[in-house]
Write a protein that binds this ligand. Structure first.
Ligand code: NCD
Ligand code: ZN
Length: 343
């Protein structure tokens, strides 16, 4: 087994960095590992205009440490009323994609889409311009079991959407199930998916081991082992439809360790290390570079990064917490020993 691996500088195709002081904690972590990251627009209020996205991009860039070359790729938050002409403005200004949050599906999604049909003029413009729609693929109906929401989304929303917009580029974000992995693997070239490190490493037992473990709580929630194995199989296949998206989602520790704890796992401090661990355990370290550095740019129609990063098999202990404005940020597996380290 290799004890070291060097890959082309990778990108993170799904990331939350929040705003204001939080940026100073989390942006340096991502910029140390990745050349670019797709920035999720679920701020409060959400990023719904090109002008907001460009201003947000400048705030993120201001938090990039000297000497690191990092480009935030900006997105807009799709709402029931986002005008189609905003898509043209966004496209011209270099905004790369739009994010679909079904209203109520996850953190800061209350402004999300209540009915996809309300967005059809906007989706039409996106399809015409080749602008991808990044999908949080879960239905929100309370009658649907929380663990089934992704699979039901495919049937109820995604299949009809693809029928109506067959050439709209879609990224099924942070997939967590066998059903999603299979759907994407069998779909045409307009569909791809991101996979997080935590969904490759953990099943839902992690939420309950020795007590309730809020730092493992994210949406879509961790699933059964059979689903984790299906995700590993998907990334191990080398299919260009699957690429890296951490969904690193920082929250103040006191809001996660709470009677109604926030969804989101923070992994940006050790993202590549955790992916290397998952790929290595699956005997697929040779597939990491395609997944982390090649498949994403190919789908988005962007060049690969230049430069490289090296990961070494060398255990180290992840910090237990980081200062996060006035609060603390507790990363996933903080205080634990991790087997791979970026050098
Ligand atoms: C994300 C967040 O906190 O913004 N939370 C999460 O559990 N993944 C939102 C999201 O991507 O669903
Ligand atoms: Zn996310």
């Amino acid at each position: 087994m290799p004890s070291q691996i060097t890959i082309t500088r990778p990108d993170d195709w799904h990331l939350h960095v929040r705003d204001a002081q939080a940026l100073d904690t989390v942006v340096p972590h991502t910029a140390a590992q990745f050349g670019r990251a797709i920035i999720m627009p679920n701020l409060r209020p959400p990023i719904t205009t090109t002008a907001q996205a460009l201003a947000y991009k400048q705030r993120i860039l201001a938090a990039v440490p000297q000497g690191l070359d990092f480009e935030p790729l900006m997105t807009l938050y799709l709402t029931d009323s986002l005008p189609a002409d905003e898509i043209v403005r966004a496209h011209d200004a270099g905004v790369v994609a739009l994010k679909l949050y079904p209203a109520g599906a996850t953190t800061h999604s209350d402004a999300g889409v209540t009915d996809l049909r309300k967005t059809y003029a906007t989706l039409e413009a996106m399809q015409r311009l080749g602008m991808p729609l990044l999908v949080h693929g879960e239905v929100t109906s309370p009658e649907v079991d929380l663990f089934d929401r992704e699979a039901v989304f495919i049937e109820q929303q995604l299949i009809p959407l693809r029928r109506d917009f067959p050439e709209l580029k879609i990224v099924f974000e942070h997939i967590t199930t066998q059903e999603a992995a299979q759907y994407v693997a069998e779909a045409d070239r307009f569909v791809a998916a991101t996979v997080t490190a935590h969904h490759l490493l953990f099943n839902r037992n992690a939420l309950f081991t020795g007590g309730l473990r809020p730092h493992y709580y994210c949406l879509p929630v961790l699933k059964r082992e059979v689903h984790r194995l299906a995700l590993l199989q998907a990334v191990r296949s080398g299919s260009p439809k699957f690429f890296l998206g951490t969904d690193s989602a920082p929250h103040p520790a006191q809001l996660k360790e709470h009677a109604s704890g926030c969804a989101g796992c923070y992994t940006a401090h050790a993202a590549l290390e955790m992916y290397a661990e998952a790929f290595n355990a699956a005997g697929a370290l040779d597939r990491l570079e395609g997944f982390a550095s090649f498949h994403g740019p190919a789908f988005y129609g962007l060049a690969r990064n230049s430069g490289s990063v090296t990961l070494k098999r060398e255990s180290w202990v992840s910090p237990e917490s980081f200062a996060f404005g006035q609060a603390q940020l507790k990363p996933l597996r903080g205080g634990e020993s991790l087997p791979w380290r970026m050098v």
